[in-house]
Design a protein around this ligand. Structure first.
Ligand SMILES: [Zn+2]
Length: 140
C-alpha cells in the first residue's frame, strides 16, 4: 500500500469494506463489495458532470435502462410540456439494481459505445413511491 492509495480510500472498520470517496456528499455507499473496474465505489472510474434520479425500467446483465420525466417550457404557448428521457447506465454488482428500483445515476467517462452513466446508489422504496406518483401525475 503506497501513500496515494491510502489517501484515496477510506477503511471502514465496522464492515471491513474499502470504499472510495466519490466526492459527492449525502450519498450512502453500498453495503456489498465488488471487483468491478467500472464501479464508482470500488473501481477506477470517477463521477463528473450531471447526476439524475430515475426509475429502472429494464435490467440487463450488466446495465440498466433508467427513465425519468422533465418539464420543458414552450414559449409560444406559455405552457410546459413533459418530455421523457431514457439513459443506459452501468450497473455494478455491489449495487445490483433491479427493475422498478429508483436509482441515482452519475455521468462518467464513456464505458462503451452507448453507456456513459453509472448507478451510484439505490434509493429507498419510499422515495421511489413519490417519484412514481409524480411521473403518473405528469402523464395525465
Ligand atoms: Zn462496487
Amino acid at each position: 500500500m503506497n501513500m496515494f492509495l491510502n489517501a484515496s480510500k477510506i477503511y471502514r472498520l465496522m464492515e471491513k469494506v474499502y470504499v472510495k470517496n466519490i466526492g459527492i456528499s449525502g450519498i450512502e455507499p453500498p453495503k456489498d463489495s465488488c471487483n468491478d473496474k467500472k464501479c464508482v465505489w470500488h473501481g477506477k472510474i470517477r463521477i463528473h458532470g450531471r447526476i439524475f434520479k430515475g426509475k429502472v425500467i429494464e435490467a440487463k446483465h450488466k446495465h440498466v435502462l433508467v427513465e425519468f420525466y422533465r418539464y420543458v417550457y414552450i414559449p409560444k404557448y406559455e405552457r410546459y410540456e413533459v418530455r421523457r428521457t431514457r439513459i443506459k447506465a452501468h450497473n455494478p454488482p455491489c449495487i445490483n439494481a433491479k427493475e422498478g428500483d429508483t436509482v441515482l445515476i452519475g455521468e462518467t467517462r464513456p464505458l462503451s459505445k452507448t453507456i456513459h452513466f453509472v448507478v451510484i446508489q439505490k434509493l429507498p422504496s419510499v422515495t421511489g413511491a413519490i417519484v412514481e406518483k409524480d411521473s403518473e401525475g405528469l402523464k395525465q
